[in-house]
Design a protein. Sequence first.
Length: 218
Amino acid sequence: MITPALARDLGCEPWGNVTAFRMTGERLDLPRCDDVTFKMGNHAYSAPTTIVYELGKLDADTARLDGSIGLDLFAGRIITIRFASRQIVIETPGSLAARMKSGLEVPVRLVRGAEGAALDVNIGVNTPRGRAWMELDSANAGPTIFVSPQIAPHLGLRADIRTAQPVSATITRDVVFTGQARVFPNMIMDGNIGMQLMGRRELTVDLGSGRAWIGKAQ
């Protein structure tokens, strides 16, 4: 995602339309720029489709940003996100082997939204009725995870309460989130979990095969 001002600086005249949805079902229809290339660290990247949007419309904190990088930029690669130190590591086959050895594998799904242009990772959370899938969202840095009204009762939550409730969410036998949750009306996904789970952990994800491992922050 880039701002209209950055699109102008890049010589792109936004065109067409990409339809996307926020987690509450709000529909966004946005123009796009194609094949936006840039360098980050020692690597060169090309984004096949980049939506153009004024980030200040999201909230005041994003008004100063020229753009936002999503996982789609790393499609097909293996990366580790170090949330505590705000780093992204591009893994090699050798370094991945070390991550797999030291980390705990967790169930994930790769989700291609926005007509296939976006790439999100959903993590599986066990319930008595089956596995729920919650979007991993590093922008969710508040005190609570979000849960849909349909999933809430299966995690021991009251669906009619909007304030924070205690919750325990089991991802695997060795990866359990214990904290606070809010039931969020009109969600079009099972839930949304972010820094409450990942803030003191590292996530290694193979964005080609759809496998992921959680490790301790270094």
